[in-house]
Write a protein that binds this ligand. Structure first.
Ligand SMILES: Cc1cc2nc3c(=O)[nH]c(=O)nc-3n(C[C@H](O)[C@H](O)[C@H](O)COP(=O)(O)OP(=O)(O)OC[C@H]3O[C@@H](n4cnc5c(N)ncnc54)[C@H](O)[C@@H]3O)c2cc1C
Length: 468
């Protein structure tokens, strides 16, 4: 038996079985006028595999069809068809949206995973990638050239989906947020036209992403970094309160180099709460990096030290098996100014309440350096030191969802009650929270005006950035 296909790459298309003998009449025009378009309906043997997404709650959704585009002109065709025929449209890249926005009941799903070309510029200072390229493919490609671009350690996500709304990961202090790496982009808007040189549109998608159209390709900055220091440090949980306060003090020092990135992760392993520190040093100056590693290790009792000289690819490979598989989801993500004593107390108490056997956790990343330099070309708003906080409580069964929602909501509400929340993180926050609180009033109003100018019919509504 052959292995199941990897839907990231080219898959077979046979109109007889993939479109099937009795496609919906709603698709008739698309099928007859565009015989080369790869349209997969529920009769296709690939349909169930192709429509799989990370959030199990929305996985049963039945779209009208998945259209696997292979060129920007096909993106335009599908958009025009949906607009003319008043059919709902959604875009599917890495499928890791935490709220299932890439798989909508009854919609035409523009599956852009085959738009995954990667081209390195001659000067090696940038790569141009297709709109559906997965982060892992970007990391692997750059690794072969001794290069990196900021990315998430969760390399299974779509790279543009990750970068649009901020884009957090271990290299952002050294080189800037994911969103700051985008030099230019090609975007097909609701009128089916390709836009390339509109600086206001670029400003908009660098923060609010797919609300304005489908990005078919984008150019990202790259940096030489053949090796770095990276890995986990597991500390004694009893000392966590002091350790967290001391980490914040250490990072408050004015001369902390941008190459240093620290994330603290709280979870329960084997029934016991743990404090894992994610240490990254984005430079080949290992002598200096090890000095900082020693400073961090001296903050408490290290139970396990897994930091070593690695590549970014290796760092992602280490994390890959620990990532939560497709799940029911109740994530919350927001930004706070500091890991203050009040904030640390909320997080530590929450981590003791994680039910045994469940992989719930709270990730924090201390953001500074290049990531907080003012960037007028991007609509992402926070440009002063802050902590990115991500409470992730995935559950394998729907009946466990209420409990996980209570746990993540409790963390958010306590932080709000203490007045600690500075802004929401658009990609992960949850659709019940305020989009305005992601951008601040000024940027929100500017984005809103842009949205209604570029997409007056709200064709691209199944996206995190809502302006209604
Ligand atoms: C397990 C896990 C770990 C994560 N870790 C991190 C992390 O470390 N740091 C961080 O910042 N975020 C993280 N995220 C958030 C993740 O990056 C976002 O959810 C991201 O939007 C997922 O993109 P995708 O392409 O995989 O998802 P999809 O579900 O395919 O798409 C998400 C949204 O983006 C739109 N979209 C995607 N690509 C395009 C495009 N080219 N043009 C137009 N619209 C597009 C889709 O329409 C949809 O609305 C994590 C998510 C998960 C599930």
């Amino acid at each position: 038996m052959s292995a199941s296909p990897d839907f990231r790459y080219k898959i077979e298309f046979d109109p007889l079985t993939d479109i099937g003998p009795r496609p919906s009449t709603q698709l008739a025009d698309l099928i007859s006028k565009h015989p080369k378009l790869k349209i997969y309906t529920s009769s296709s043997p690939h349909f169930q595999g192709m429509k799989a997404i990370w959030n199990l709650e929305y996985a049963p959704n039945e779209p009208l069809a998945l259209v696997r585009v292979t060129a920007p002109s096909e993106v335009s065709t599908v958009i025009k068809f949906c607009v003319t025929n008043n059919l709902p449209l959604a875009v599917r890249s890495g499928g890791h949206d935490l709220w299932g926005r890439s798989l909508i009941d009854g919609a035409v799903i523009l599956d852009i995973r085959e738009l995954n070309q990667i081209v390195l510029a001659e000067d090696q200072k940038s790569i141009t990638i297709g709109g559906g390229t997965q982060t892992g493919d970007v990391v692997n490609f750059l690794d072969g050239h001794g290069l990196v671009t900021p990315c998430t350690l969760a390399s299974v996500t779509g790279h543009l989906g990750w970068a649009f709304s901020g884009g957090f990961g271990p290299l952002v202090n050294a080189f800037g947020l994911g969103v700051d790496q985008i030099i230019n982009a090609k975007i097909v808007t609701a009128d089916g036209e390709m836009q390339e040189d509109d600086s206001e549109l670029l400003w908009g998608i660098k923060g609010a992403g797919g609300a304005f159209g489908v990005i078919t390709e984008a150019k990202f900055k790259t940096y030489p970094l053949p090796k770095m220091l990276g890995g986990m440090l597991i500390f004694k949980f009893d000392e966590a309160e002091n350790i967290l306060s001391d980490v914040q003090k250490l990072l408050d020092e004015e001369n902390v180099p941008a190459q240093l990135s620290i994330g603290c992760h709280f979870s329960k392993r084997g029934g016991a709460p743990t404090l894992t520190m994610m240490f990254s040093w984005a430079s080949v100056d290992f002598e200096e990096g090890k000095k900082w590693l020693d400073k961090v290790k001296s903050l408490g009792t290290v139970m396990m030290d897994m930091v070593s000289e690695i590549t970014m690819k290796k760092w992602c490979d280490i994390i890959a098996p620990m990532l939560p598989q497709a799940s029911y989801n109740s994530s919350r993500s927001f930004f706070i100014s500091k890991l203050s004593a009040e904030a640390a107390k909320i997080l530590l108490t929450a981590s003791t309440k994680v039910p045994e056997s469940l992989q719930w956790g709270i990730g924090t990343f201390f953001i500074g350096g290049e990531a907080i330099k003012p960037q007028p070309t991007s609509s992402f708003v926070l440009r002063e030191r802050f902590v990115f906080l991500h409470a992730l409580a995935p559950v394998p069964e729907k009946k466990q969802l209420t409990e996980s929602i209570e746990w993540t909501n409790d963390i958010l509400n306590q932080m709000k009650d203490e007045g600690l929340v500075k802004a929401n993180y658009l990609a992960i926050m949850g659709h019940d929270l305020s989009v305005q609180e992601c951008f601040g009033e000024e940027n929100f109003e500017r984005l809103k005006a842009l949205k209604w100018k570029v997409d007056p019919g709200n064709v691209f509504k199944h996206v995190p950035a809502q302006f209604t």
